[in-house]
Write a protein that binds this ligand. Structure first.
Ligand code: 13P
Ligand code: SF4
Length: 318
């Protein structure tokens, strides 16, 4: 029997002319009733195509903020304003500004490449914004004769250094979820299921990535598992709600979450703040709302250039 709350949410959505966007790390029941699900890049782009007057963003604060920045005239709601992100917290704008100033004083010529998991104020200090889905393409747009300051994820940054061959100055931030996968448990799972393929998000540390058959963001993971025609076992090293999405898109496979050091199922406490009840309340009350802030103007330029402009292919000599 479907939860009556679901009907209430669908009625309120219609009544208030709202579109629901949900990240793949939301509970399956929220993903199921969303109009769009996606990774950070797909959702940011989807937000620009929404025709309703209200967007309800089921994800974390920086995602809803990005949707608002790309759609200044729309009302953007986030079911729980406290849904933050350990990566965004790791790189406050004032600290970044001081570090950039120190590099300039030391005569370094650099561009700041910032992971989308950051505040608008931090984005406003950046030259480029990347997501797990477009980082390599965007880094190819950074002139070869300047250094790259990559913030805030040191694991994603180290992975990108490896795949792009660009040396980077790495900020010391990490995702609290991806940082704690248990290598011991992963190796035990691999021993138990030797034919299984391991997929890992590039926010994982190098010791986990070293044992992955495939490294990619959440959207790329869906594509990868979809390329296997035969039923296959996958060990999944990313936030555990991703398994719901993989299961619903490609049900022929078997998915096994890689455990965290302290938990069998590694979930994001920030994403988990959004619940069906809070989604209902925010649609009903029209709050919490993301309001325009002065730093959004500068952040908008950087986000649009990085995420929405067609990518120029690098040419010889770049
Ligand atoms: P993607 O879904 O863009 O890969 O991002 C992962 C993530 O950690 C979002 O907070
Ligand atoms: Fe931030 Fe990690 Fe949670 Fe994503 S999973 S919102 S990166 S803390």
């Amino acid at each position: 029997m479907p939860d009556p709350l679901i009907f209430e949410i669908l009625d309120l959505k219609k009544k208030h002319d709202a579109t629901i966007l949900a990240h793949y790390y939301q509970d399956g029941e929220i993903q199921e009733l969303a109009d769009f699900t996606g990774d950070s890049l797909k959702l940011a782009r989807a937000a620009t195509t929404v025709t309703s007057s209200t967007i309800v963003f089921c994800g974390v604060h920086f995602m809803a903020e990005t949707a608002k920045i790309l759609n200044p005239k729309k009302r953007v709601l986030l079911p729980d304003l406290e849904a933050g992100c350990s990566l965004a917290d790791a790189c406050p704008a004032d600290k970044l500004a001081r570090y950039q100033e120190m590099l300039r004083i030391n005569g370094r010529t650099f561009q700041t490449v910032t992971y989308i998991n950051s505040t608008a104020a931090t984005k406003a200090l950046s030259d480029w914004i990347v997501t797990s889905g477009n980082a390599e393409e965007v880094i190819a747009r950074v002139p070869k004769d300047v250094e790259i300051l990559f913030v805030p994820d040191r694991h994603l940054g180290a992975y990108l250094e490896e795949v792009t061959g660009r040396k980077m100055i790495l900020w010391d931030g990490a995702c609290m979820v991806h940082e704690i996968f248990s290598l011991k448990d992963l190796l035990a799972q691999k021993k138990k299921l030797p034919a299984a393929k391991t997929v890992a998000h590039p926010e994982c540390p190098a010791n986990i990535l070293a044992h992955a058959d495939y490294i990619g963001g959440t959207e790329a993971m869906i594509k990868y598992v979809g390329s296997f025609a035969e039923p296959t076992d996958f060990l999944v090293a990313t936030e555990a709600n991703m398994l719901w999405q993989l299961q619903s898109k490609h049900p022929r496979h078997r998915y096994h979450p890689v455990p965290g050091i302290t938990c069998a199922c590694n979930t994001c406490p920030h994403m988990a703040r959004n619940t069906l009840e809070k989604l209902r309340d925010c649609l009903r009350d029209g709050k919490p709302e993301i309001n325009w802030q002065p730093e959004f103007d500068r952040a908008k330029e950087v986000i649009e250039r990085s995420l929405l402009e067609p990518v120029r292919k690098p040419v010889a000599g770049d």
